[in-house]
Ligand binder design. Structure first.
Ligand SMILES: N[C@@H](CCC(=O)N[C@@H](CS)C(=O)NCC(=O)O)C(=O)O
Length: 215
């Protein structure tokens, strides 16, 4: 792949494709796009992604946004890394996680971190944050239950897949200041998964690049 670039912001959801790319071993350019500095709102960035969000993956003249699409593109472009399951059930499980992470977990979390999207007055925003926190707790419990019920080490089954970095991202958000969950105490199966993630050199490289502490 010529000119492979990942636009990312430290700790943001771009961590998932950052890990996936590290897993493939391909050379890529991580392009720092610091959300806290408003880098996602510059004309240059908006020309790339009019939605004003990271991650963005650029592969030569091909630009792709949205984590489920980016993760699948990475997995399919580098089959040797075996990041997309071939067994139909594991494949469905992987796709299921990607969809749920993007439409369930991320959106629940956005209510806590981006309440201005959902309410116009201070009171409305305060309520959105409080309810969002409760919703996250519920959804985080559902993730824990799903992982605990599975005997397999990885989200989609016995093999590591692109679902794992995405699921792991939300573990890091769970322990972060916006949610402040006690991940080891309240989500032990998920934390065991996070520890398995932390044993992988690719994960450690991605965490180090973004200044994120190991689980
Ligand atoms: N549906 C998108 C969501 C991307 C997204 O919301 N990214 C956040 C960072 S986690 C962002 O760039 N936020 C910038 C902003 O809201 O200004 C995906 O799954 O890739």
């Amino acid at each position: 792949m010529a000119g492979l670039k990942l636009y990312y912001s430290p700790g943001a959801c771009s961590l998932a494709p950052g890990i996936a790319l590290e897993e493939t071993g391909v050379e890529f350019e991580p392009v720092l796009t610091k959300l806290a500095d408003g880098a996602q709102k510059t004309p240059e960035f908006l020309a790339l992604n009019p939605k004003g969000r990271v991650p963005v993956l650029v592969d030569g003249d091909f630009v792709v946004t949205e984590n489920p699409a980016i993760l699948r593109y990475i997995a399919r472009s580098f089959p040797a890394a075996a990041l997309w399951p071939t067994d139909p059930r594991e494949e469905a499980r992987c796709a299921e996680w990607l969809a749920w992470c993007s439409s369930g977990l991320h959106i629940a979390y956005a209510h806590v971190r981006r309440p201005e999207r959902y309410g116009t007055s201070d009171a409305a925003r305060t309520e959105v944050v409080a309810k969002g926190h409760e919703t996250c707790r519920d959804v985080w419990r559902q993730v824990e239950a799903k992982l605990a019920a599975s005997r397999a080490p990885w989200a989609a089954g016995d093999s590591f897949s692109v679902a794992d970095p995405y699921v792991f991202l939300f573990w890091t958000w769970g322990r972060g200041p916006a949610l402040g969950f006690d991940m080891p105490a309240d989500f032990p199966a998920w934390t065991a998964h996070a520890h398995r993630m932390a044993e992988r050199p690719a994960v450690r490289r991605a965490l180090e690049r973004e200044g994120i502490a190991l689980p």
